[in-house]
Write a protein that binds this ligand. Structure first.
Ligand SMILES: *Cc1c(COP(=O)(O)O)cnc(C)c1O
Length: 516
């Protein structure tokens, strides 16, 4: 974590005690600072395993500086720190492209069921049939939702799924003796992870522009398509929140030159139960379970980036997949276990992926909604985004202004004003809203990328648009309010450049701790 104290204009804390001078550093005490010898926070239960002798003396550390605090001290310490955070549980979080929907708390109950919580990835499969059935069913559901022949659950996030998918695309071409293919076509609206995943593999990126309606420019695409192309990576709806009106033509062009189509599924929240990317012709796609299927993310938990593939890529999937290895009959249940695809690209992750934190939560979420519920999710997500767009388009310029999907991109700048998207974003914090994504996608000047998700009600959407309209007014009449925002938070505006350049990743530990 960055030690923000050294880079931020700080504000006095709201607690008691003297108000520090403005130039002073606020450094929160750590559990080590709060430690006092003899305070006890836990009482060890009686051991339920046989007692054994300690390891040899030289392997024991007598000087390990563990903090000593009572439970109440620890709870208050972390509650205090958590109050500096903003979260989906505390307010509206319209961070475009990230799908910061509310995460139902039933997910927390299921992923803590003892049978799931206390399993070990190396247990014999006969003892973890419940876990394997859950993984198998989740694979089957994702196949059905995305329109795919097979799914791997292994990748640890969307970007990892991209890497996995592109590895399979490359392996597919190689297996056919087609070794000239070294280029990947990526539109200028793409998320940065797309070219990064491709670059990590040593493939070349060929960028194609967007046309004036925010679609892939077909002429440029046609010119880029040749027999050196591995394929194309495309997010649809794209990062402008727009469904590509020529999607069938785009895919036809890529397939026409022997390329494969990679779908970046991060925006699947707009499509559930309405369009299946596999049916459109996307040969491979990652799902972001932590976006679409309510696994907490952004500091809240591990990502999960399963990848679905069309039949011709199924043999290349990472191993192992979960499969039924013995069919059941009237008397015996089927047996689930692990399978290795014939031309597997290998393993992408230790063990089986993020089981409890990811699979169980996403499984719960899908099971709870069912097919109709999933469709509702996307319809409300799209409706909410279009409601915001309709209320804001007279105040904020929207460069690609047509019916949007689950998000849209406005410009955070006004004629004759030096107010920027960053100022607007920071001012929103004073109104107790998390800012939208800004400065992405790169093709919109001063971009404000707004994604409300389906979980917000009309009152929240109205309050948010009221705040943005008021801020536009302030930009004209009191621009310094925006330039100096946020003004209601513990810390003022961060010097983000300094924080990135002079990263302090470790703070608050005792000085001699690193020598231990
Ligand atoms: C979030 C996102 C990704 C990357 O997913 P991670 O899970 O964060 O690695 C890729 N593309 C788009 C469009 C995204 O929004």
């Amino acid at each position: 974590m960055v030690n923000a104290a050294s880079t931020a204009k700080h504000r006095p804390s709201t607690g008691s005690g003297p108000v520090p001078p403005l130039s002073a550093k606020i450094v929160e005490p750590t559990v080590f600072d709060l430690s006092s010898p003899g305070r006890i926070g836990v009482t060890m239960p009686d051991p339920d395993v046989p007692e054994t002798t300690l390891p040899p003396r030289e392997l024991l550390r007598s000087d390990l500086p563990l903090p000593e605090l009572a439970e109440v001290d620890v709870v208050r310490h972390y509650m205090h720190l958590s109050s500096f955070n903003y979260s989906v549980d505390s307010g509206f979080y319209p961070l475009g492209s990230c799908t910061m929907k509310y995460n139902p708390k039933i997910n927390e109950d299921t992923c803590r069921l003892p049978g799931f919580l206390h399993t070990h990835p190396l247990q014999p499969i006969e003892t973890v049939q419940g876990n394997l059935l859950l993984m198998y069913t989740l694979q089957e559901w994702l196949k059905e939702i995305g329109g795919y022949a097979a799914v791997t659950l292994q990748p640890a996030a969307g970007a990892h799924g991209e890497f996995t998918g592109v590895l399979m695309m490359r392996a597919y071409h190689k297996s056919r003796g087609d070794t000239k293919r070294v280029k990947m076509i990526i539109p200028d609206s793409a998320h940065g992870t797309n070219p990064a995943s491709v670059g990590m593999m040593g493939l070349q990126v060929v960028q194609v522009p967007s046309d004036e309606r925010g679609n892939v420019d077909l002429k440029a695409l046609e010119a880029a398509c040749d027999n050196t192309v591995v394929g194309m990576m495309l997010t649809n709806p794209n990062t402008l929140g727009l469904f590509d009106e020529n999607i069938e033509k785009v895919i036809e062009l890529v397939h026409g030159c022997g390329g494969l189509m990679y779908g970046d599924g991060a925006n699947l929240n707009a499509l559930l139960g309405i369009v299946r990317p596999g049916d459109l012709g996307f040969d491979v796609m990652h799902f972001n379970l932590h976006k679409t299927f309510s696994v907490p993310h952004g500091g809240g938990g591990p990502g999960v980036g399963p990848v679905g593939v069309a039949a011709r890529l199924a043999d290349f999937l990472p191993e192992p997949l979960v499969g039924m290895i013995e069919e059941g009959d009237d008397d015996t249940a089927p047996l689930y276990g692990f399978l290795k695809p014939a031309k597997s690209i290998g393993r992408m992750k230790a063990f089986h992926g993020h089981f409890g934190g990811g699979f169980v939560r996403a499984f719960t979420y899908i099971a709870m909604h069912g097919p109709d519920g999933l469709k509702d999710i996307s319809q409300y997500a799209v409706l909410n985004a279009n409601y915001l767009l309709a209320r804001l388009r007279d105040t904020y310029r929207v460069p690609f202004d047509r019916i949007c999907m689950h998000e849209f991109v406005a410009e955070g700048r006004f004629e004759g004003s030096d107010v920027r998207a960053l100022d607007i974003a920071k001012r929103l914090i004073d109104y107790n809203f998390h800012p939208p994504t800004n400065y992405f996608p790169l093709i919109v000047h001063e971009a404000l990328m707004i994604e409300p998700t389906e979980t917000e009600n009309k009152d929240t959407l109205d309050a948010f648009t009221d705040a943005l309209i008021k801020i536009a007014e302030e930009a004209k009449t009191q621009p310094d309010l925006l330039h100096n925002a946020p003004s209601t938070t513990r810390f003022g505006r961060m010097d983000e450049v300094k924080a990135a350049r002079e990263l302090v990743l470790c703070c608050g530990l005792p000085e001699d701790y690193s020598n231990q």
